[in-house]
Structures are given as C-alpha cells and as structure tokens.
Design a protein around this ligand. Structure first.
Ligand code: MG
Length: 230
C-alpha cells in the first residue's frame, strides 16, 4: 500500500486521512439507496439477519446485490443524481493534495457506486479501498483485497487498512459512523465518529472527536502538520 513520504524527514509520523464512505464521506447510505430503488423487496429482512448477527456484512451485501435488478450503468446514473459528499470533503482533499498527504476512502461498500459519487463531485482521483466488483452477464463478482491474513472469509478489514499505513510510519486520522468502522477506530491515531460508531466508542472508552462534516478533520490535520513542522 503506497503512502507519501511527506514529513518523514523530520522523524515525525506523516499524517494519513482515511474515511468511511456510506453515511460518512457520502451524506447518504448509498448502498441502501440502491437497494431501496433496485433491490429485492425483502432486502431489509436480509439486513435484519445481519443486524441480528446471523450473517456477516459480506454475506448481507452479496445476497442483497445479487438480487438487484439493474446493471452497473443504471445504478451509477442513479447515484450521480441522488448522492453527494458531505461538506468540506473536497476542501480536505485539496488540502491533502497540496501538502502531499495521502487521503483515501476505506469502505466495506462496493467500488462502482463509490467511484460514481467521487467522479460526480470531481474528486475521482481519491484512492478507494473497497470491495472490488466485476459485472458480467448480469452477475456481480466480488473481490476482497484488504483482508486479514487467515480471516479472508470475513471480507475486508478497515482495521487491517489502518494498520497497514501505520506500519509504514503513518499517523492515521480516521472518520466513520458504523459497526464496520469500530475495528479501525480501535487502532487509528485520531478518530472522528458519529452515529453508531460514537456509541460503540463510548462503550469501549475509545477517544473520538464528534464528526459532522470534514471541517474538523481539516483543522486537525492542518494543526498536526503545523506542529510537526515546528
Ligand atoms: Mg458508514
């Protein structure tokens, strides 16, 4: 996994910004938006099985998207009209670009709808660590490239992605909202949390900053940079 060498010369850890996608980078849960529009009417029953702990997030997503009645282009067009990024995402991306800071989306969601939103918002170059999909003859094939060795069946791990950057000397700022973000919040250097993730962090005494949009992270990363340059 590539990171920038910016700021490593002074011996301090270089900042890396990682953000969840659905309900965090995006103002909406885009996966659920697609399932509501194109999915099998029973997709919420599958979600309940997942919430009750009977199936994994990976299984929930694969089952519900298997039954979807739309091709990739149709879903991407829908997303472009109905989803948008949260405020200050673009400003943060611009700041990171200007200062050689790696910023990326880390998601348990599917790459094609994430990319559609990023492209629409003119930030299509933001790297994405998500579930890679291939569409062929109406079937979706899923590829999980960020799994914990030995735990491949669980799908991608956000904690694994955070720790991969930290092994290269990164100081990781992470933002998220849900249960799949918890393992990242446990290991990130600075966590911004909202919705369920804030409750999970409270439950485990994980320190976090409340997240509403990306302005707080922009300020935090800028301050970190100022302090490490002193
Ligand atoms: Mg989320």
């Amino acid at each position: 996994m590539k990171t920038t060498d910016a700021n490593s010369a002074n011996g301090r850890m270089h900042p890396v910004v990682l953000t969840d996608f659905d309900d965090t980078a995006a103002a909406q849960n885009v996966a659920e938006m697609l399932l509501n529009q194109f999915g099998d009417p029973y997709w919420k029953d599958v979600r309940q099985s997942f919430r009750d702990g009977h199936i994994s997030l990976k299984e929930y997503q694969e089952i519900t998207f298997r039954n979807i009645k739309a091709d990739r282009a149709t879903m991407q067009a829908y997303v472009k009209d109905h989803a948008n990024l949260r405020p200050y995402f673009r400003e943060l991306w611009g700041f990171c670009q200007s200062n050689g800071i790696h910023m990326a989306v880390v998601s348990q969601g599917l790459d094609f709808y994430i990319q559609a939103v990023l492209d629409t918002e003119k930030v299509g170059k933001v790297p994405v660590y998500a579930v890679a999909t291939e569409f062929e003859d109406g079937e979706i094939t899923y590829h999980y490239n960020y799994t914990i060795p030995g735990k491949e069946s669980a799908g991608n791990s956000k904690g694994f992605v955070v720790e991969s950057f930290q092994k290269e000397g990164a100081y990781v700022f992470f933002a998220g909202d849900g249960h799949s973000d918890l393992e990242a919040a446990r290991v990130a250097n600075v966590t911004f949390a909202h919705r369920n993730l804030a409750d999970f962090c409270d439950g485990e005494n994980i320190p976090y900053h409340p997240f509403e949009d990306f302005k707080g992270i922009l300020v935090a990363v800028r301050n970190y940079l100022l302090n490490t340059q002193k």
